[in-house]
Write a protein that binds this ligand. Structure first.
Ligand code: ZN
Length: 242
């Protein structure tokens, strides 16, 4: 039986009411300017890590470990060593989860909103505090910068890399074959295996056998040229700042 027509506006109103009530733990809207000031004052508390902190550019944020863990778990379902976010749109449920978990960790509205603004801005690199002064800090930052530059490529250039990656997986049956032995069965291994976007960043990190360069030059010269272009950009940036 269909609901009488005059009931529909009433039902819609209930629906809106329910979703509005569900927003009780909404995230305070904080502008990028204010969020940056928050980031600057957080960095001041990290003076013992000053050498690493000063390497971070305006779109690279250092976050308390628990905030970083909560956000990455919600957005990608895991906790990587660092994360480049091209654009993060969180569903209402995820926003509520993020806000509730940070509240439980003792953060106030302003801090929750500031972190959220930084983490969901397009082209952000997120670094957990624990990585500062870690021997892998420079490596992770370079890796995330590679993602950043790769994201700036055109649709056709990205498609070229994706095609090469797919072909290589097919040629070698399994991309694992190409990863250096000491890295077998690590999160790196599964990241490369499951996502074409990890291929060139990890190649730049030196995670593949050196024969990979030759394979690219001979069989995938266009991808090799893109790789060289990105490598030059990221590594020159790193050598001047890291
Ligand atoms: Zn990566």
């Amino acid at each position: 039986m269909k609901a009488p027509k005059k009931l529909l506006p009433y039902l819609l109103a209930i629906g809106i009411g329910i979703s509005a009530a569900g927003c009780a733990s909404h995230i305070k809207s904080v502008s990028m300017n204010i969020a940056m000031k928050h980031q600057d004052s957080y960095k001041k508390h990290l003076s013992r890590y000053a050498d690493d902190v000063k390497k971070l550019r305006d779109n690279e944020y250092v976050l308390p470990d628990s905030v970083y863990n909560t956000f990455t778990r919600i957005v990608i379902g895991g906790v990587p060593t660092g994360l480049h976010v091209n654009y993060a749109i969180l569903s209402l449920g995820s926003r509520k989860q993020y806000s509730n978990e940070l509240e439980k960790q003792g953060y106030g509205d302003f801090e929750i909103g500031s972190f959220y603004t930084m983490m969901t801005r397009s082209n952000s690199t997120l670094i957990p505090k624990r990585l500062l002064e870690h021997k892998k800090f420079d490596e992770v930052l370079t890796h995330e910068r590679f993602h950043e530059e790769q994201n700036k490529l055109s649709f056709f250039e990205k498609r070229k890399i994706k095609k090469t990656y797919k072909q290589l997986k097919k040629d070698f049956e399994c991309a694992n074959f190409l990863v250096k032995n000491e890295h077998f069965k690590t999160p790196v291994d599964s990241a490369i295996h499951s996502d074409w976007q990890e291929f060139l960043p990890y190649l730049n990190d030196g995670m593949f056998h050196s024969v990979m360069d030759t394979v690219l030059v001979r069989r995938h010269p266009e991808t090799y040229n893109l790789y060289q272009k990105l490598k030059k950009k990221v590594n020159s940036l790193s050598s001047s700042e890291l």
